[in-house]
Design a protein around this ligand. Structure first.
Ligand SMILES: C[S@@+](CC[C@H](N)C(=O)[O-])C[C@H]1O[C@@H](n2cnc3c(N)ncnc32)[C@H](O)[C@@H]1O
Length: 270
């Protein structure tokens, strides 16, 4: 069983090519090569229901990069806990952060065995000692915090990144308690950056995409409204413009702001 009590598909460290996994489907949408036929079938099924999906995941990656640039360049953050890392793509958190502050520290966390294989590459290509990887499930926040403390000093401000991962934590797994536990570990001056798929943007297409994904994938997606996503930031001060479609979060250009997206995102300070 996994921590939620649901049946787990065997040892999660074994690569299971027979069923779609979120990290690999996401890689497929981004044009990567680390995916199997089952991932491409699920990815295509979503795309057929919601043709905007590729633009949406690209807009989310651009949001991640802008949020990290803001956090290092304007908020002075040099420590990152990036949970739900994904298979490396362009502009990974440590690359963006270290391009502004070369000594910035990043701990990546994911539970997917394919991401774990890539983590070894991320770690060896980084500035020595500043990037770490924790193979863990977000539903075990205390373990994540304990292992991240090898590299991060939680007595100083940290940015917790939950980018495109909370829609993979269903309500039965207590997502608000998980985020609450992470927020409680953040010293004042720390930040939370979070994005997740909306249930109230392009509602019908995105709901049909979710139904198709959930029938084909190992993880279950749960989309949330603007109010439900905003609730993740409770107790923190949202940085303007607040919780918005991700392309509208401090866009670099008018064109970027107009990108298609079905994700809410925001950044807030403790
Ligand atoms: C859609 S991808 C997002 C990747 C990256 N954050 C981005 O925005 O480009 C979601 C990632 O979260 C990971 N993930 C999903 N559920 C998780 C959990 N319970 N614990 C740890 N990682 C999880 C998946 O393995 C996948 O790599």
């Amino acid at each position: 069983m996994d921590p939620s009590g649901r049946a787990d598909s065997g040892d999660r460290h074994r690569i299971d090519a027979s069923v779609a996994h979120s990290a690999r489907v996401h890689d497929y949408w981004l044009g990567g090569k680390d995916n199997f036929a089952a991932d491409r079938v699920a990815g295509d099924a979503v795309m057929a229901a919601y043709p905007g999906i590729v633009a949406s995941v690209r807009a989310n990656r651009a949001f991640l990069a802008r949020a990290v640039r803001f956090l290092v360049g304007e908020a002075g953050i040099t420590q990152f806990l990036d949970i739900g890392t994904g298979i490396p793509a362009s502009n990974n958190t440590h690359e963006v952060a270290q391009s502004v502050a070369p000594g910035a520290r990043v701990v990546y966390v994911d539970y997917d065995p394919v991401v774990l294989q890539h983590a070894r590459v991320l770690l060896t290509s980084a500035v020595p000692g500043t990037v770490d990887y924790v193979d863990a499930d977000l539903r075990e926040p205390d373990r994540i915090l304990r292992e991240a403390a090898r590299t991060l000093d939680f007595g100083r401000p940290v940015a917790v990144m939950l980018i495109a991962v909370m829609h993979l934590i269903v309500d039965a797994d207590h997502p608000y308690e998980i985020v609450g536990r992470l927020k409680a570990a953040m010293t004042p001056g720390s930040y939370l950056a979070l994005s997740q798929v909306a249930s109230d943007i392009e509602t019908e297409q995105v709901a049909e995409a979710r139904r198709r994904y959930n029938s084909l994938a190992r993880e279950t997606q749960q989309h949330r409204t603007h109010a439900e996503v905003t609730r993740f930031f409770d107790g923190l001060d949202l940085v303007p413009p607040g919780v918005v479609p991700v392309p509208q979060w401090r866009p670099g250009s008018e064109l970027e702001a107009r990108a298609k997206s079905s994700m809410w995102g925001g950044v807030a300070r403790r």
